[in-house]
Design a protein around this ligand. Structure first.
Ligand code: CTP
Ligand code: MG
Length: 180
Protein backbone atom coordinates (compact mmCIF):
# COMPACT_ATOMS: atom_id res chain seq x y z
CA UNK A 1 0.00 0.00 0.00
CA UNK A 2 1.27 3.48 -0.85
CA UNK A 3 1.27 5.80 2.08
CA UNK A 4 -0.26 8.93 0.59
CA UNK A 5 0.81 11.05 3.54
CA UNK A 6 4.44 10.07 2.97
CA UNK A 7 4.06 10.79 -0.75
CA UNK A 8 2.60 14.19 0.13
CA UNK A 9 5.49 15.06 2.44
CA UNK A 10 8.01 13.95 -0.20
CA UNK A 11 6.29 16.03 -2.86
CA UNK A 12 6.71 19.17 -0.72
CA UNK A 13 10.45 19.05 -1.42
CA UNK A 14 9.70 19.50 -5.13
CA UNK A 15 6.78 21.87 -4.59
CA UNK A 16 8.54 24.55 -2.51
CA UNK A 17 11.26 25.52 -5.04
CA UNK A 18 8.72 25.30 -7.88
CA UNK A 19 6.20 27.52 -6.07
CA UNK A 20 8.93 30.06 -5.28
CA UNK A 21 10.04 30.11 -8.92
CA UNK A 22 6.45 30.61 -10.01
CA UNK A 23 5.38 33.05 -7.31
CA UNK A 24 8.18 35.59 -7.12
CA UNK A 25 8.43 36.87 -10.75
CA UNK A 26 5.61 39.44 -10.34
CA UNK A 27 7.76 41.20 -7.70
CA UNK A 28 10.50 41.82 -10.27
CA UNK A 29 8.28 44.32 -12.18
CA UNK A 30 9.97 43.15 -15.35
CA UNK A 31 10.03 45.29 -18.46
CA UNK A 32 12.03 43.27 -20.97
CA UNK A 33 9.80 40.65 -22.60
CA UNK A 34 11.54 37.34 -23.31
CA UNK A 35 9.98 37.27 -26.79
CA UNK A 36 11.41 40.75 -27.53
CA UNK A 37 7.84 41.74 -28.40
CA UNK A 38 8.00 39.54 -31.47
CA UNK A 39 4.99 37.83 -33.00
CA UNK A 40 4.45 34.22 -34.04
CA UNK A 41 3.16 33.17 -37.48
CA UNK A 42 -0.42 33.62 -36.25
CA UNK A 43 0.33 37.32 -35.68
CA UNK A 44 -0.12 36.98 -31.94
CA UNK A 45 2.76 37.60 -29.55
CA UNK A 46 5.06 34.60 -29.04
CA UNK A 47 4.80 34.83 -25.24
CA UNK A 48 3.49 38.28 -24.36
CA UNK A 49 4.47 41.04 -21.94
CA UNK A 50 3.81 38.84 -18.90
CA UNK A 51 7.01 36.84 -19.44
CA UNK A 52 10.06 39.00 -18.81
CA UNK A 53 13.78 38.41 -18.35
CA UNK A 54 13.66 40.12 -14.95
CA UNK A 55 10.79 37.91 -13.80
CA UNK A 56 12.50 34.79 -15.11
CA UNK A 57 15.78 35.70 -13.42
CA UNK A 58 14.15 36.57 -10.11
CA UNK A 59 12.07 33.38 -10.14
CA UNK A 60 15.15 31.31 -10.92
CA UNK A 61 17.07 32.94 -8.08
CA UNK A 62 14.32 32.54 -5.47
CA UNK A 63 13.56 28.97 -6.55
CA UNK A 64 17.26 28.17 -6.40
CA UNK A 65 17.59 29.71 -2.92
CA UNK A 66 14.69 27.60 -1.59
CA UNK A 67 16.24 24.52 -3.24
CA UNK A 68 19.61 25.40 -1.68
CA UNK A 69 17.98 25.66 1.74
CA UNK A 70 16.46 22.22 1.24
CA UNK A 71 19.80 20.86 0.05
CA UNK A 72 21.40 22.20 3.22
CA UNK A 73 18.73 20.59 5.41
CA UNK A 74 18.56 17.39 3.36
CA UNK A 75 21.00 15.17 5.27
CA UNK A 76 19.24 15.85 8.56
CA UNK A 77 15.74 15.54 7.11
CA UNK A 78 16.58 12.31 5.34
CA UNK A 79 18.20 10.81 8.43
CA UNK A 80 15.02 11.61 10.32
CA UNK A 81 12.81 10.13 7.59
CA UNK A 82 14.93 6.98 7.47
CA UNK A 83 13.85 6.21 11.05
CA UNK A 84 10.38 5.70 9.62
CA UNK A 85 11.66 3.69 6.69
CA UNK A 86 11.16 6.62 4.30
CA UNK A 87 13.72 7.68 1.70
CA UNK A 88 13.28 11.33 0.68
CA UNK A 89 13.81 12.33 -2.95
CA UNK A 90 17.34 13.68 -3.29
CA UNK A 91 17.65 17.46 -3.28
CA UNK A 92 21.03 19.08 -3.97
CA UNK A 93 22.00 22.45 -5.46
CA UNK A 94 21.76 21.15 -9.02
CA UNK A 95 18.38 19.47 -8.52
CA UNK A 96 16.98 22.56 -6.80
CA UNK A 97 18.14 24.63 -9.74
CA UNK A 98 16.53 22.21 -12.22
CA UNK A 99 13.21 22.33 -10.35
CA UNK A 100 13.22 26.14 -10.52
CA UNK A 101 14.34 26.23 -14.16
CA UNK A 102 11.71 23.63 -15.10
CA UNK A 103 8.96 25.57 -13.33
CA UNK A 104 9.87 28.74 -15.25
CA UNK A 105 10.13 26.96 -18.59
CA UNK A 106 6.80 25.23 -17.99
CA UNK A 107 5.30 28.66 -17.30
CA UNK A 108 6.71 29.95 -20.61
CA UNK A 109 5.26 26.94 -22.42
CA UNK A 110 1.88 27.70 -20.84
CA UNK A 111 1.97 31.30 -22.08
CA UNK A 112 3.07 30.13 -25.52
CA UNK A 113 0.00 27.89 -25.67
CA UNK A 114 -2.30 30.64 -24.42
CA UNK A 115 -1.08 33.01 -27.15
CA UNK A 116 -1.60 30.30 -29.78
CA UNK A 117 -5.23 30.13 -28.68
CA UNK A 118 -5.42 33.89 -29.12
CA UNK A 119 -5.75 34.55 -25.38
CA UNK A 120 -4.51 37.88 -24.04
CA UNK A 121 -1.80 38.26 -21.43
CA UNK A 122 -3.30 37.57 -18.03
CA UNK A 123 -6.21 35.49 -19.35
CA UNK A 124 -7.32 32.93 -16.78
CA UNK A 125 -7.04 29.35 -18.01
CA UNK A 126 -7.91 27.05 -15.11
CA UNK A 127 -5.53 24.10 -14.72
CA UNK A 128 -3.17 25.20 -17.51
CA UNK A 129 -2.05 28.18 -15.39
CA UNK A 130 -1.54 25.98 -12.36
CA UNK A 131 -0.15 22.86 -13.95
CA UNK A 132 2.30 24.38 -16.44
CA UNK A 133 4.98 25.10 -13.86
CA UNK A 134 4.48 21.87 -11.89
CA UNK A 135 4.77 19.76 -15.04
CA UNK A 136 7.85 21.78 -16.07
CA UNK A 137 9.48 21.30 -12.65
CA UNK A 138 8.87 17.53 -12.75
CA UNK A 139 10.00 17.08 -16.36
CA UNK A 140 13.28 18.91 -15.63
CA UNK A 141 14.06 17.22 -12.32
CA UNK A 142 12.76 13.68 -12.40
CA UNK A 143 15.85 12.45 -14.24
CA UNK A 144 17.93 13.32 -11.20
CA UNK A 145 15.71 12.59 -8.21
CA UNK A 146 12.99 10.11 -7.35
CA UNK A 147 9.55 11.49 -8.16
CA UNK A 148 6.86 8.82 -7.91
CA UNK A 149 3.64 8.91 -9.89
CA UNK A 150 1.84 9.43 -6.57
CA UNK A 151 3.90 12.50 -5.80
CA UNK A 152 3.16 13.87 -9.26
CA UNK A 153 -0.59 13.26 -8.89
CA UNK A 154 -0.63 14.85 -5.42
CA UNK A 155 1.18 17.91 -6.80
CA UNK A 156 -1.36 18.24 -9.63
CA UNK A 157 -4.19 17.89 -7.14
CA UNK A 158 -3.11 20.38 -4.49
CA UNK A 159 -1.45 23.04 -6.66
CA UNK A 160 -4.64 24.59 -8.10
CA UNK A 161 -5.92 25.10 -4.55
CA UNK A 162 -2.73 26.74 -3.24
CA UNK A 163 -2.25 28.68 -6.47
CA UNK A 164 -5.69 30.26 -6.22
CA UNK A 165 -5.30 31.20 -2.55
CA UNK A 166 -1.83 32.69 -3.17
CA UNK A 167 -3.05 34.68 -6.18
CA UNK A 168 -6.05 36.15 -4.38
CA UNK A 169 -3.70 37.31 -1.60
CA UNK A 170 -1.15 38.64 -4.12
CA UNK A 171 -3.96 40.55 -5.84
CA UNK A 172 -5.25 41.99 -2.54
CA UNK A 173 -1.82 43.27 -1.56
CA UNK A 174 -1.42 44.59 -5.12
CA UNK A 175 1.47 42.41 -6.25
CA UNK A 176 -0.64 40.95 -9.03
CA UNK A 177 -3.06 42.61 -11.44
CA UNK A 178 -5.52 39.71 -11.57
CA UNK A 179 -6.69 37.55 -8.67
CA UNK A 180 -5.59 34.40 -10.58
N1 CTP B 1 6.32 37.46 -14.72
C1 CTP B 1 7.47 37.93 -15.36
N2 CTP B 1 8.29 37.04 -15.98
C2 CTP B 1 8.02 35.71 -16.00
C3 CTP B 1 6.86 35.24 -15.36
C4 CTP B 1 6.02 36.14 -14.73
O1 CTP B 1 7.75 39.12 -15.35
N3 CTP B 1 8.88 34.88 -16.62
C5 CTP B 1 5.46 38.44 -14.01
C6 CTP B 1 4.63 39.30 -14.97
O2 CTP B 1 4.51 40.58 -14.41
C7 CTP B 1 3.28 38.58 -14.96
C8 CTP B 1 3.19 38.14 -13.52
O3 CTP B 1 4.52 37.78 -13.17
O4 CTP B 1 2.22 39.41 -15.34
C9 CTP B 1 2.24 36.97 -13.29
O5 CTP B 1 2.67 35.82 -14.00
P1 CTP B 1 1.63 34.96 -14.85
O6 CTP B 1 0.30 34.93 -14.21
O7 CTP B 1 2.30 33.68 -15.13
O8 CTP B 1 1.56 35.79 -16.22
P2 CTP B 1 0.35 36.52 -16.93
O9 CTP B 1 0.52 37.99 -16.81
O10 CTP B 1 -0.92 35.92 -16.49
O11 CTP B 1 0.59 36.19 -18.47
P3 CTP B 1 0.15 34.90 -19.32
O12 CTP B 1 -1.24 35.20 -19.83
O13 CTP B 1 1.17 34.84 -20.39
O14 CTP B 1 0.18 33.72 -18.39
MG1 MG C 1 -1.66 34.79 -15.00
Amino acid sequence: MVDLFVEFVKSLLIIFPAYAANGFPPLASGRKPIDFKRKWFDNNRILGNGKTFEGFGFGLLTGFVIGALEAYLYPGLNAYATQFGVQLPLINLFIGFMIALGALCGDLAGSFLKRRFGLKRGADVPLLDQWNFIIGAVVFSYWFTEITIWMFLIMLLITPIFHRIANVIAHKIKIKKEPW
